[in-house]
Design a protein around this ligand. Sequence first.
Ligand SMILES: [Zn+2]
Length: 316
Amino acid sequence: MLSRASYLPIAGAFLAVLFVCLGLYQTPLLDAPRIGSRPDYVLKLQLPAPGEVDLPSIAGGGDASRPLVVIDAGHGGHDTGAIAGNRQEKDIVLSLAKRLRDELLADGRVRVALTREDDRFLVLEERAEIARRLDADLFLSIHADSAGEITEAAGASIYTLSADASSQAAARYAARENSADIINGVQLERGNETVATILVELSQRRAVEEAGAFAQAIEEAGTGRIAFREPARRSAPFVVLKAPDIPSVLFEAGFISNAAEAQVLDSAEGRERFAEIMARAILNYFDAVPPVQDPQPAPRPANEAPSARPSIGSVL
Ligand SMILES: [Zn+2]
């Protein structure tokens, strides 16, 4: 979610551009008509369009027969995510993602790529699109939440995609997470929604079913070791889960507004416990649902035109 503090850089940039525009407005070249007493100006922000973000490197060797897991640390850059005290969601989830990557690489049975390895902003669609361009076999987005003044809220949740949110709470949560793509009230570019084939629908259905198997593996690996909300497994229309051909799960690691839980999530011990549980879940998942071998597993370059694979969002 966007906090009040996260608007400060945006507001600063807005004012800077506004002052420049007001200065130029005094020149004959930009002698535009006035609307009432207000200047007529346009504010434009340069944002990465889908397909323009560089692909991250894949860690874990060049053996493409090993499954590829793409780990997505939520939020980043101006989008801090939840804030509680001096803790920001974007930092906590990045540390969790890196610790999980290290755990998986130490095991050696899978390859790993992170959608972001530093404090940068990514458009929501770009996160799943990175996984698709890398031909990933599994996508995991990591988040942490804040319940504001309700400091007793606690527990982890495992989300898979659902066209209809399983509850109004899930829908509200999805709407808030999806708001990361709205800046200054302007909706960023969405994938086109024109293509919907039966094959894509079948692929989507299979991806959701496999995501369900992964969600179950997470719950089984975590039971008795971490606290889950009730129910642990939920569904919501998160944009990052909409890849039509990659099993995708969003893991809510817990509430940073809960002092005890925040301390665990922000500690080396907590990160290690998370990484052990999630790595076990990932490996158990691949034991149960071996990835389909792609005859041409080479990743597509970032600047390549969209292939036969439809854009994310084209079917939902
Ligand atoms: Zn989040």
